[in-house]
Design a protein around this ligand. Structure first.
Ligand SMILES: [Zn+2]
Length: 437
């Protein structure tokens, strides 16, 4: 008797668990900050098993990026990139109720680092393309599967490196889907799915104040600690203004409708309340934000040092990146220099694209009565790197979640976990998407 072929649903849980058990923690320390190679090798085996050839590119020893292309029926259509990152942020095991790398199944959920960010979606992508390959189905357009290293440290050894060194792998690509979107949040009893259509820009800047070193007992008009403190105070007090990106406005108007509240742009508090825990994912999108994160100076109580330094994390709204950096340079003053480090401009993909309409259609088919809204992510994803090639990227890792689960709180959080039922829902929606787009 013939055995039925395994489907995406049969495999997604085990693939998620296997990926979590491969520890790819990225501590952000540079070239040797993570080792994604064993995870990439596992992915290559999964693809080879069903006849999909893939290529692995190492940006540094152990920093593996994998790409595979599945030819579609109409090769003239812009290809769809399905991408994920293989690294995870570190987990402090003592804070967790389970071993973060054991991928235990408890209460019908998979527990472990990466269950949410984003080995769940990696597994959904892999199980869907394996299902397609097994049945011999050819998708309407080329699919490019990409599993990147280093997303958790800005992608310099991952997506950014791939775009710089192997853009040919993404030739003809027009669209991309990946993490941080497509999940449900419950607003006044209705499930609302948030599709990420925009990302704020970012800049990690260093501030250095130079001064005159000396004895701590003497008058010192050129103390670098004070120069730096004054610069940070000016930066902290600056009003960056606030404005509604069209995606944020559409989201809040939708939330107002579902919750029976009135949207007043001057005070969206009722909508934040209706969004509950998910609100913290979106409140940062109303304005450009600047947060000092690291401060260093001095080594002894009675010695004035010759320099003081700080790091600041800048997240910019679309269209104001360069003016924000210029303003920061001005606010820093003439005693503090600003060094530019990792910097990415914001990203916006059209919210009215046919791909987004299809996402909405599929979500409503799979979850009748659900609502679908766009939103802007205050942080960033690898879509920013692909945007440099003209690819329109969206956050769409579809998951139907229980109302009581604080899903957005689990990105980089403790006891990260994903319901098995949500993964089953996700592969159905994702499989339908690649078949119909
Ligand atoms: Zn992620």
């Amino acid at each position: 008797m013939e055995q039925p072929l395994p489907s995406a649903k049969d495999e997604v849980v085990e693939i998620t668990r296997a990926l979590i058990r491969i520890d790819t923690s990225n501590d952000g320390s540079g070239a040797a900050s993570a080792n994604e190679a064993p995870a990439a090798a596992y992915v290559a085996r999964l693809l080879a098993e069903v006849g999909i050839e893939s290529r692995i590119y190492e940006s540094a020893p152990g920093r593996a990026n994998l790409v595979a292309r599945i030819p579609g029926r109409d090769r003239s259509l812009p290809a769809l990139i399905l991408h994920g990152h293989l690294d995870v942020v570190p987990a402090a095991a003592e804070d967790w109720s389970v071993d973060p790398f054991a991928a235990e199944l408890i209460d019908d959920m998979i527990w472990g680092r990466g269950a949410v960010d984003m080995k769940n979606m990696d597994a959904m992508i892999l199980s869907v393309v394996r299902e397609l390959a097994r049945t011999g189905e050819v998708p309407p357009r080329d699919l490019i599967v990409a599993m990147f290293a280093d997303e958790e440290a800005g992608g310099l050894f991952g997506a950014q490196w791939m775009v710089d060194h192997h853009p040919e792998e993404f030739a003809g690509a027009g669209w991309a889907i990946s993490e941080v979107g497509g999940f449900s949040t419950t607003v006044a009893g209705t499930r609302a799915y948030l599709v990420q259509t925009a990302e704020k820009g970012m800049a990690w800047l260093g501030l250095t104040a130079q001064g005159t070193a000396g004895h701590g007992s003497q008058t010192n008009p050129d103390n670098p600690v004070l120069h730096l403190a004054q610069a940070l105070a000016r930066i902290g007090e600056h009003d960056w203004g606030s404005s509604y990106h069209p995606a944020t406005r559409e989201l809040l108007e939708g939330v107002a409708r579902l919750s029976g509240t009135t949207f007043d742009p001057a005070d969206p508090t009722p909508q934040w309340e209706a969004l509950g825990a998910t609100a913290k994912f979106v409140t940062g999108t109303l304005s450009t934000t600047v947060n000092p994160t690291v401060l260093r100076a001095g080594y002894k109580d009675n010695v004035v040092p010759s320099a003081a330094t700080a790091r600041i994390d800048v997240r910019t709204l679309p269209g104001v990146h360069h003016e924000t950096i210029a303003k920061l340079q001005e606010l820093a003053g003439d005693k503090v220099t600003v060094e530019r480090g990792i910097e990415f401009e914001s990203m916006q993909a059209p919210a009215d694209a046919p791909l987004v309409s299809l996402m909405g259609e599929l979500l409503r088919e799979a979850d009748p009565g659900a609502e679908v809204f766009p939103y802007m992510l205050p942080a960033g994803t690898d879509n920013k790197a692909l945007a440099r090639l003209g690819v329109q990227g969206y956050g769409f890792a579809p998951l139907r979640l229980p109302a009581e689960l604080d899903f957005t709180g689990m990105f980089h959080g403790v006891d990260e976990r994903v319901p098995v039922a949500a993964l089953h829902f996700g592969v159905d929606v994702l499989a339908a998407l690649v078949r119909r787009f």
